[in-house]
Design a protein around this ligand. Structure first.
Ligand code: NAD
Ligand code: UFG
Length: 334
């Protein structure tokens, strides 16, 4: 059994990935400092997979703790999720983001180097493309200056990994996620809400649940079919499966570092999302059209040719499943 370290493995995407790794017969060890997760997620993952895994409650910036994990286990690879991810918070407190996201990555890389562990899968984001001129975006689309310190940590993270890999026996896959949404079909794991959501789907489900009075659609005067912004929403279980594919591709690839878009390849507007949510769940959402939100890009969706061809991965769930599972998870939370 191949042993994999998953940093941030109790978080939203990490928890779903641990389930898929266990289903693919990987032996998983998780390090998570519970900064944005709960220890009870471990039991829920184990309920789904029917298998246990080792959890180390600790910070990836604690190099002594990381070292002790690498002494104890012969890892074949690392999936590095641990990071802060709130765009607004990163603008308010950039140092917090550079500290956690950049220092954390450096700590992981230097420990991997010390213990001669190759194969890193890194969580990047479509935020690196900014407002791309041509759609859909391919992996060769020009990277733009980030609009937030959070975005900068993803661009810098990719650069650091590229520089690091040049002179080392080291391989890495950078996965540029589009908009991860939904939850596990079992409704045992999903995204944990923290305060007032900034993202569309948690705001939709909380409005449906009566936690929020009203959803505001940020602008309907964009140059899109119905005037609202378009994104490539990807089911978190599909995204999790892409990590398993990426790990095995690491072994066979010729490049030191390779990068993949992970999306469905299809864009959905905000109104399409709302209409689908209402239809599949038989609910009416209280929403109104409001002004644009500063910093929003009009539309973005992925060209998924590369991930389809080289990783042999494609999204299986559509927007209706995403909305059904997101709502089932919200009800589980109440
Ligand atoms: P999340 O906050 O749910 O999960 C991150 C996990 O890492 C949490 O469990 C948190 O407690 C843990 N963590 C944070 N800092 C840590 C540290 N220093 N040491 C140990 N554990 C730490 O976030 P997520 O949505 O699962 O995102 C995972 C990764 O994917 C992040 O790198 C994020 O930037 C990236 N990403 C997320 C999205 C998205 O929309 N969710 C989009 C693109 C990229
Ligand atoms: N939206 C609303 N009302 C809301 C919330 C969102 O209309 O209450 C709209 C937004 O304007 C946008 C769409 O729904 O058009 C999606 O918004 P999200 O905030 O869910 O997602 P974003 O695409 O704006 O943000 C995502 C990630 C960020 C990342 C960013 C970069 O959440 O981490 O992409 O592209 F930085």
């Amino acid at each position: 059994m191949k042993k994999i370290l998953v940093t941030g493995g109790l978080g939203y995407i990490g928890s779903h990935t641990v389930v898929e790794l266990q289903a693919a017969d990987y032996d998983v060890v998780v390090i998570d400092n519970l900064n944005n997760s709960k220890q009870s997620v471990k039991n829920r993952i184990e309920e789904i997979s029917g298998q246990s895994f080792e959890l180390c409650i600790g910070d990836v910036n604690d190099s002594e703790m990381l070292k002790s994990l690498f002494i104890k286990h012969a890892f074949e690879g690392v999936i590095h999720f641990a990071a802060h991810k709130a765009v607004g918070e990163s603008v308010e407190n950039p140092i917090l983001y550079y500290q956690n996201n950049i220092s954390g990555l450096i700590s992981v890389l230097s420990t991997m180097e010390k213990f001669k562990v190759s194969n890193l899968v890194f969580s990047s984001s479509c935020t690196v493309y900014g407002a791309a001129a041509d759609l859909p975006v391919t992996e060769n689309t020009v990277i733009q200056q980030a609009e937030s310190p959070y975005g900068t940590t993803k661009i810098l993270g990719e650069d650091i990994i590229n520089d690091f890999a040049k002179h080392k026996a080291f391989k890495s896959i950078l996965l540029r996620y589009f908009n991860p949404v939904g939850a596990h079909p079992s409704a045992k794991i999903g995204e944990l809400p923290l305060g007032i959501p900034n993202n569309l789907i948690p705001f939709v489900t909380q409005t449906a649940a009566g936690i929020r009075n009203e959803l505001t659609v940020f602008g309907d005067d964009y140059s899109t079919e119905d005037g609202t912004c378009v994104r490539d929403y990807i089911h978190v279980v599909d995204l999790a499966k892409a990590h398993v594919k990426a790990l095995s591709y690491c072994d066979e690839m010729h490049l030191k570092v390779d990068v993949f878009n992970v999306g469905t390849g299809k864009g959905n507007s905000v109104l399409e999302v709302i209409n689908t949510f209402e239809k599949v769940n038989g609910l009416k959402l209280n929403y109104r059209i409001g002004p644009r939100r500063g910093g929003d890009i009009e539309q973005i969706y992925a060209d998924t040719t590369k991930v389809n061809d080289l990783l042999g991965w494609s999204a299986q769930y559509g927007i209706a499943d995403m909305m059904k599972h997101a709502w089932a998870w919200q009800q589980e939370l109440e």
